[in-house]
Design a protein around this ligand. Structure first.
Ligand code: DQA
Length: 150
């Protein structure tokens, strides 16, 4: 099972950016955490981060026929990007959205998720653990042929 983990703009600034919201651990720690979970669960994982909308669209398109599932934290593009929404719909790969912070309790402009409209589930406000939960959910979903919705 191959899962692509995509992180959007400013996620490379973890540990520096607003630590009271996003925590003190950096992006390298996030990648190590994801890789550990993937290895424990026998999942082949690739982590990709970009600050550029088009690069994220390109990466999603290139996942077609290569990856079984996608975990995505589109960061600010969550709330603006119809292009990323359309790319996720185009490839139609089961996708789970993750947010480190609890977007539901933040500013009004974070209350809409365009990208979430193409996702089978969203985890928000769980810190790094949201990525872990997303991988476990996708694994169960894919192994059950899409029947599992835990
Ligand atoms: C975020 C939430 C977004 O609103 C914000 O723009 C981010 C990170 C999160 O992980 O909590 O950059 O996606």
């Amino acid at each position: 099972m191959k899962i692509l983990v995509i992180n959007g703009p400013n996620i490379n600034m973890l540990g520096v950016r607003e630590p009271e919201i996003y925590g003190r651990e950096n992006y390298a720690s996030l990648v190590a955490f994801i890789e550990q979970t993937a290895s424990d669960e026998n999942i082949a994982v690739e982590c990709f981060q970009s600050n550029h909308e088009g690069a994220i669209v390109d990466k999603i398109q290139s996942a077609l026929g290569v990856f079984d599932g996608i975990v995505i934290n589109p960061a600010a593009y969550t709330h603006t990007s119809i292009a990323i929404l359309d790319a996720l719909k185009a490839v139609n790969i089961p996708t789970v959205e993750v947010h480190i912070s609890n977007v539901a309790e933040r500013e009004y402009f974070r209350q809409t998720s365009y990208t979430g409209m193409a996702c089978i589930k969203t985890y928000a406000g769980l810190g790094f653990d949201g990525y872990n939960r997303a991988l476990l959910f996708l694994k169960a979903y894919l192994e059950s042929g899409g029947a599992c919705t835990i």
